[in-house]
Design a protein around this ligand. Structure first.
Ligand code: SIN
Length: 549
């Protein structure tokens, strides 16, 4: 039984990507913030975002057009009010980021002397205009570094790195009467294996995505669905988890299998092609969508998957050989170098690509301020489902959402801070109870279970689904979850075990959500229901653990 309690912070932020750090920086204006993060603070999905931040900047663009592209990509499932709030807050959010020192590429940097002070705007799938602000092709990394340094220099923010949150502390789960209230979280110190009880007036879950639930993914090692799983166990509604976005163009290289070739490359004119058996190249995207290679992501990933299966090919190709080496190096320095490391010169060679798991459009259901419905508990960023993305996220809308919703969440918490202090349950410290923890050789089972889940999720719950495959996945995940609960309670708590438990829980929620949606829409395609049911537009899939009576 651990006795360590940390109660000197006002706010707990779980996760250190863009959403978490932006919330922490805003909250730090009103109190002391603890930021708990699984590895070093820099490791998160934000760091790998290449494309940029979608935002209405160009005079010829308009909020209405950005809203329209978002709704179109979202395939009838977006919350239009949330979309409008986030899109319209974009320019202010960008300016605050620039205030922290973020740099976005200008047209001058790419050789356009006439408009040298204007931002260079990229274009990605589903956008009818150029509207993506970017920092070269490493936008997420630039933003992450700027915010980390601002947070590390803020005396009201303390990082707890190599600490992994295990569960949220909510009063109803503890069996207490009255309205449900979040009191903080149990957090495992990865080095000492001690579980610490964090007691805070407000808790913000900003744990990012869950791409590691799939065998092939563009995501960071830390993206294990921890936030969704913890919020599910805290009885919160989890929405639309069947809508998992597969990025169409991951570099096909035996050694990497996770490196993105940004959609912005297609925005600068790259075309998707298939090689025929006699070595000719065929463009195929016009068959699938009027925007061709710049179609929304769901359509592009499914088209690639279909061409690969139909013609028995291991990959498709991006062709941008019409752009000069110098221009490619200026616009995509990181991608150019990564391709070169794999023996591909983008200006001379085709780039082999395959789809891989990239972004969770569903998540913990919240309003546009990140409020979950449980007093004192918020979720922001990829872990949350505000209704912005609907059934398919428009490219580069996620960094925008993380920026805007983080600030709205912090403002909401600050406005309720007095009430949150007053109604905080006094005098009770609910300590973590770890069962009969002992070490065990059996922990080898963990890595086996982990591999098994990721493989059957890829095979059975991927880009194209059938009810039979989903049911097969459901049977397997039920067995694995039973095993995990046994190991979880019987053996020593380790970070691997916490992550496995979260991956398994998130996988089951994805499977259940996919089984519940009896149509095909956006990213969810079930060959047994290969049509969109107009009656299910605006109808969220909700998975929620019932409260014990
Ligand atoms: C990309 O650069 O293609 C990824 C951008 C995104 O996922 O929004």
């Amino acid at each position: 039984m651990s006795k360590k309690v940390i109660d000197q912070f006002d706010f707990l932020v779980i996760g250190s990507g863009l959403a978490g750090l932006n919330t922490a920086l805003n909250l730090a204006e009103s109190g002391k913030v603890a930021v708990v993060t699984k590895r070093c603070a820099e490791e998160c999905n934000t760091k790998y975002a290449q494309g940029g931040v979608a935002c209405v900047i160009d005079h010829d663009d308009s909020f209405d057009e950005h809203v329209r592209d978002t709704l179109e990509a979202g395939a009838g499932l977006c919350n239009e009010a949330a979309v409008r709030t986030i899109v319209e807050a974009g320019p202010d959010a960008i300016h605050s980021l620039i205030g922290h020192g973020a740099h976005f590429t200008t047209r001058g940097e790419l050789g356009d002397e006439e408009h040298k002070d204007d931002f260079h705007l990229g274009r990605e799938g589903g956008h009818h205009r150029r509207r993506v602000l970017h920092s070269g092709d490493v936008t997420g990394n630039e933003i992450e570094n700027i915010l980390i340094s601002a947070a590390r220099n803020n005396s009201n923010i303390t990082f707890f790195e190599n600490h992994i949150s295990v569960d949220l502390i909510t009063t109803k789960r503890l069996g207490w009467l009255g309205e449900d209230r979040c009191m903080g979280a149990y957090v495992l110190d990865s080095a000492s294996h001690e579980v610490i009880t964090f007691m805070t007036k407000a808790t913000v879950v900003a744990t990012g995505g869950c791409g590691k639930v799939y065998l092939y993914t563009s995501n960071s090692e830390v993206a294990c669905g921890g936030g969704v799983a913890m919020c599910y166990r805290a009885n919160l509604p989890i929405a639309n988890m069947e809508f998992f976005q597969f990025h169409p163009t991951i570099l096909y290289d035996f050694n990497i299998h996770s490196f993105l070739i940004s959609e912005a490359v297609r925005g600068e004119g790259a075309v998707l092609k298939r090689k025929t058996s006699n070595g000719n190249l065929v463009e195929f995207m016009d068959k699938y969508h009027s925007m061709g290679s710049l179609a929304p992501r769901d359509i592009t990933a499914r088209a690639i998957d279909s061409e690969m299966k139909r013609y028995g090919q291991e990959c498709m190709y991006l062709d941008i050989r019409h752009v000069s080496e110098q221009e490619l190096k200026n616009r995509f320095p990181n991608i150019f170098q990564k391709c070169l490391d794999s023996g591909i010169n983008m200006s001379k060679d085709l780039i082999p690509v395959v789809p891989a798991a990239h972004y969770s459009c569903g998540g913990v259901k919240t309003d546009v301020k990140g409020f979950t419905g449980i007093n004192g508990l918020y979720a922001v960023g990829e872990v949350a489902c505000t209704g912005l993305h609907g059934a398919n996220r428009l490219a580069s809308n996620s960094l925008l959402e993380a920026l805007v919703v983080a600030r709205l969440a912090a403002d909401d918490i600050k406005s309720k801070f007095d009430a949150l202090k007053q109604d905080y349950p006094a005098g009770k410290t609910p300590e973590w109870s770890s069962g009969n923890a002992t070490d065990s050789d059996e922990l080898v089972v963990i890595s086996h279970n982990w591999d098994e889940i990721r493989r059957f999720m890829w095979d059975y719950v991927g880009i194209v689904r059938t009810t039979k495959r989903l049911e097969r996945a459901k049977t397997r995940i039920k067995n694995i979850r039973k095993e995990i609960e046994k190991y979880y309670w019987d053996f020593l708590l380790t970070p691997d075990l916490v992550e496995l438990r979260n991956i398994a829980c998130t996988a089951e929620i994805i499977i259940d959500s996919a089984l519940m949606r009896k149509e095909s829409r956006g990213l969810h395609y079930n060959a047994d229901y290969d049509y969109t049911d107009p009656g299910l537009a605006q109808s969220d899939t909700i998975v929620q653990k019932p409260y014990l009576q």
